[in-house]
Ligand binder design. Structure first.
Ligand code: PLP
Length: 379
C-alpha cells in the first residue's frame, strides 16, 4: 500500500480516496476483451481522471498497453518525468509553441489541421527527425481533424510532408452513450475515410481507432485495431447498454470516503444547513460527516433532496445543503453508527453514476473535481 501524492499526507485522515489497482488491471483486461481489438490506448488525462497519474500510469504500464492518451504536453511532461516507457499520444489539437517539444520527445500528436501538419513537418525537418503522427478525421465531434469531404485534397498535401510518418487514423465518438443511429453513421464515415486514405497512401495504417468507453461497451468496430478507454478503466460503465450484464464486469477503482465527526439527536422541527432547506419532520439521529464541496463532493448532489451515502451497510439520506467541509446525514436507521464510522460517498456500494445523476452531471466530472485536499491511498 502506498500513498499519493506524498505531499498531501495528513494523518489521521478524515477524507480520502482509495484507489484499487487490482480493479484497474481487471478493467483493462475486461475492456480489451470486450473491444476484441489487439491494441489499447489507456486514456489517463486529467491526473488519470482524478485517480492520481503516477500510480495509474505505473500500474497500467506493467500491463502492456500501446499508448497513454493525454490531453496536452503538461501531462506528457509529467509522464516523461515518471520515466514511463509507453508511447504518449496527444488527444487534441496542439498549440504552435508546444510542437518543438513534441518533436523532440517523439510524442505522437493527432493531426487536426493542415497548418499543424506543416508546422510539425518543418520542425521535424529542422531536428532531422521522422515524427509518427495519426490523422484525425472529424466524423461529428467538431473539435478538429479533417472533414470526410476534404480528405482527397488533404491527402495530396499530407503526402508532400516527408518528415511525417502517418502511422494512424483516428476519430472520436460524440454521442456513443446517447445516440445509436449517429454512432453507426460515425463508424461508416470513419470506415470510408480510412478507405480513402489507404487508397491514397497505398498501404494499411498501423493504428485505426475510434472507440471510447461507451463505444467499446456497446459497438463492434471491426475496421479498428486500437481502442481508447478512459472512464471504463476506472470501473464505470456508460452507454445505452450500461445496465446490461456484460458491463457489470467493470469494478470501481476509486472509493471516496470520509468519517462521521459527530452524532446528535435533534428534535422535530430543527432546521439543517444553509438556507434551512431541510426541517426535521420528527426526532432524528443526525450525523455530521467531514466532507464537502471543498473536497469535490458535488454541492448540487442534494438539490433534489435525494442524495444518499453508505454507512455501516446502509444507504442514508443526506439532509439539506452540502457545505464546503461538512454534510449532514440521517443515521436514525443505523444504530451502530458512531463518531469515526466510515462513510462511503461513492465506490462499490454506491455508484458514481448515481451520484452524478443526483448532481445533474456526468461521472467524468465528478472524478475530475475531486480536489487535492483528498488524499489518494493506493492499494
Ligand atoms: C477522453 C477521451 C477518450 C476517453 O473517453 P471515455 O469516454 O472516458 O472512455 C477517448 N478518446 C478521446 C479523443 C478523448 O478525448
Amino acid at each position: 500500500m502506498s500513498e499519493y501524492p506524498l505531499n498531501q499526507l495528513s494523518k489521521p485522515l478524515r477524507v480520502w480516496a482509495q484507489i484499487d489497482l487490482t480493479a484497474l488491471k481487471h478493467n483493462l483486461q475486461s475492456l480489451k476483451q470486450k473491444s476484441g481489438l489487439a491494441a489499447v490506448m489507456a486514456v489517463i488525462k486529467a491526473d488519470a481522471y482524478g485517480h492520481g497519474l503516477a500510480a495509474v500510469a505505473h500500474c497500467l504500464e506493467s500491463q502492456q498497453i500501446d499508448f497513454f492518451g493525454v490531453a496536452h504536453i503538461a501531462e506528457a511532461q509529467a509522464l516523461t518525468k515518471l520515466a514511463v516507457k509507453t508511447r504518449i499520444y496527444l488527444l487534441g489539437a496542439t498549440l504552435p509553441e508546444e510542437r518543438a517539444q513534441i518533436v523532440e520527445h517523439g510524442w505522437t500528436p493527432c493531426i487536426c489541421s493542415l497548418a499543424e501538419a506543416e508546422h510539425l513537418n518543418s520542425l521535424a525537418v529542422s531536428q532531422k527527425k521522422q515524427l509518427k503522427v495519426h490523422i484525425a478525421i472529424d466524423t461529428g465531434m467538431g473539435r478538429g481533424g479533417f472533414l470526410p469531404e476534404q480528405l482527397k485534397e488533404v491527402c495530396i498535401k499530407l503526402s508532400a510532408l516527408d518528415a511525417l510518418n502517418y502511422e494512424g487514423v483516428a476519430s472520436h465518438f460524440c454521442s456513443s452513450d446517447e445516440d445509436e443511429a449517429f454512432t453507426h453513421l460515425q463508424i461508416q464515415l470513419f470506415n470510408e475515410a480510412v478507405g480513402i486514405l489507404e487508397n491514397h497512401f497505398k498501404r494499411e495504417f498501423r493504428y485505426r481507432h475510434l472507440a471510447n468507453t461507451a463505444g467499446i461497451l456497446d459497438y463492434n468496430i471491426p475496421s479498428c485495431n486500437l481502442s481508447r478507454p478512459g472512464l471504463g478503466l476506472y470501473g464505470i460503465a456508460v452507454g445505452l447498454g450500461k445496465n446490461t450484464g456484460n458491463n457489470r464486469d467493470l469494478k470501481p477503482v476509486m472509493t471516496l470516503k470520509s468519517k462521521i465527526t459527530l452524532i446528535r439527536e435533534l428534535p422535530k422541527g430543527t432546521s439543517l444547513s444553509y438556507g434551512r432547506d431541510y426541517i426535521t419532520p420528527y426526532k432524528m439521529q443526525v450525523a455530521t460527516v467531514g466532507i464537502g464541496y471543498g473536497d469535490g463532493y458535488p454541492r448540487a448532489v442534494n438539490n433534489n433532496g435525494k442524495a444518499q451515502v453508505f454507512i455501516e451497510g446502509q444507504l442514508c439520506p443526506v439532509l439539506g445543503r452540502v457545505t464546503m467541509d461538512q454534510i449532514l446525514v440521517d443515521v436514525s436507521a443505523v444504530p451502530q453508527a458512531m463518531i469515526g464510522s466510515e462513510v462511503e460517498l461513492f465506490g462499490p456500494n454506491l455508484s458514481v453514476n448515481q451520484v452524478s445523476t443526483w448532481s445533474n452531471t456526468i461521472p467524468w466530472e465528478i472524478f475530475t473535481q475531486i480536489t487535492p485536499r483528498v488524499t489518494r491511498i493506493v492499494h
